[in-house]
Design a protein around this ligand. Structure first.
Ligand code: CA
Length: 131
């Protein structure tokens, strides 16, 4: 049996975590959740998920910092930023810090799943995970 791919959800709004977890599990992914940036970064480093869904406005450490530190550690795990912030400069900064894609709230779960699949496919075809 093929091992399930695991998605780490880093988001402090519980209802959004619930929506994402429900939809990802329905699609056959395993999920892990973190409700602040520090725990999110720790899990990203320790558990080496296949993909990270990352909110920007988080307690303790914001999503930009999580993404930056992850990349500073040499991790190339795909990161999709999910945020209410629509400012163009936030989007550019996020991509500059090594995020792979960007979704703004309110989102359609179908779109999130499509982007998760797209990133995982792209990443796998590039030669799999490091770190
Ligand atoms: Ca938030």
């Amino acid at each position: 049996m093929e091992k399930k791919q695991r998605v780490l959800i880093v988001e402090d709004e519980k209802n959004i975590v619930d929506i994402l977890r429900f939809n990802l599990r329905k699609e056959g992914y395993d999920t892990q959740e973190a409700y602040d940036g520090e725990v999110g970064l720790a899990l990203a480093l320790q558990e080496a998920p296949d993909l990270i869904l990352l909110d920007l406005m988080l307690p303790k450490m914001n999503g930009f910092e999580v993404c930056k530190r992850l990349r500073d550690q040499g991790r190339s795990t795909p990161v999709i930023i999910i945020t209410a912030r629509e400012a163009e400069k936030d989007k550019i900064l996020g991509l500059d810090l090594g995020a792979d894609d960007y979704i703004t709230k309110p989102f359609n779960p179908i779109e999130v799943i499509a982007r998760v699949k797209s990133q995982l496919r792209r990443y796998t075809s590039l030669g799999g995970k490091s770190g």
